[in-house]
Design a protein around this ligand. Structure first.
Ligand code: ASP
Length: 325
């Protein structure tokens, strides 16, 4: 496995990276750790090392699952869980604080083979919201559960429940206090990043997508972002692509971003790179909708456009990808 991890800066702002290849018994997995004002100048060198180390660990983990014949669904859930368990990302353990000083988490997963999906929104005590989302998909007749109902369901399913304090991190708390003191608006999103996501195609040609987030610092209590909204922040369909988004959720919901990329491929016959570029670099950008996406199609082509100064991301596949090629 040859993994390529990169932190990307403004030089790459308008580029969409993709690699063409045929998927015959091979597999591809892509992860993101959020888009935003991510530039070397804003990040201490030791933080960059930490991010790279964690992203590499996650990619290696995903590779081991897919190499052993695991499904894309298992791989995306497991990789997102790993990132939820790290305080580095705005998901699970490292979630940001809302206007009330609370952590409210959203997550979704979708299986491109069956078209089934599951999501949880506004949960405060589920250690791994992505696993709860999968349980909603597989163990209930519903697509999305929210708040206390989702937490009750997760407990019934035997998932790990934690006290809300589990999600406290000093870094996010300080960011919350600072944002509050500056009367920062949630719209000032370019300063925030860290939502996590994973898309994959497995050896059997099946696609899956998973996304998890704490949302946006100072979001209004009860606010639900794009992440758990199927078709907005998360989408997978074997016939087109799997997409996981990160960015200012309201724009992603209004533009049904993840589904739009799939629909452009389906109805316009565009390639994944063309469709992703059209939505992220033209439509969203023209509206001031900042963020990015990662996506993969059934042939293992990937696209990772973002219109922010950076997006943590990495991928591996049968083509030993090189972002700088
Ligand atoms: N999309 C997430 C939300 O709006 C935030 C992010 O990706 O940073 O909740």
């Amino acid at each position: 496995m040859k993994a390529t991890i990169s932190l990307f800066f403004s030089f790459f702002l308008f580029l969409t990276f993709s690699v063409s290849s045929q998927n015959s018994g091979n597999y591809t997995l892509v992860i993101h750790g959020g888009a935003g004002n991510i530039a070397k100048a804003n990040l201490p060198a030791d933080k960059i090392v930490e991010f790279e180390a964690k992203l590499t660990e996650v990619l290696k983990h995903g590779d081991s699952i897919l190499k052993a014949g695991g499904t894309s669904l298992d791989a995306v859930e497991s990789c997102v869980r790993m990132m939820e368990n790290s305080p580095l990302f705005n998901a699970g353990k490292g979630a940001v604080f809302n206007a009330d000083g609370k952590n409210e988490l959203d997550a979704a997963i979708m299986d491109g083979k069956t078209g089934l999906a599951g999501a949880v929104a506004g949960v405060k005590t589920i250690r791994n919201p992505i696993t709860a989302a999968r349980a909603v998909m597989e163990k209930s007749n519903h697509v999305m559960l929210s708040g206390i109902g989702a937490e009750t369901f997760a407990a019934e399913q035997g998932l790990e429940i934690v006290s809300p304090e589990y999600f406290f991190t000093q870094l996010r708390w300080d960011a919350y206090l600072k944002a509050k003191a500056n009367a920062d608006s949630m719209d000032n999103m370019d300063k925030k990043h860290g939502t996590v996501g994973c898309v994959a195609v497995d050896k059997y040609g099946n696609l899956a997508a998973a996304t998890s987030t704490g949302g946006m610092t100072l979001k209004k209590y009860g606010r639900v972002g794009d992440t758990p909204v199927i078709g907005a922040g998360t989408y997978a369909d074997n016939n087109t692509c799997a997409v996981s988004a990160t960015g200012h959720g309201e724009f992603f919901i209004r533009n049904v971003v993840a589904y739009d990329i799939a629909a452009i491929m389906k109805y316009k016959g565009s390639t994944l790179a063309e469709a992703a570029n059209e939505v992220v670099m033209i439509k969203l950008k023209n509206q001031g909708g900042i963020g990015g996406i990662i996506a993969v199609d059934k042939n293992g082509n990937i696209a990772m456009p973002f219109n922010t100064s950076g997006m943590f991301r990495g991928s591996f596949g049968f083509d030993s990808l090189c972002f700088y090629c």
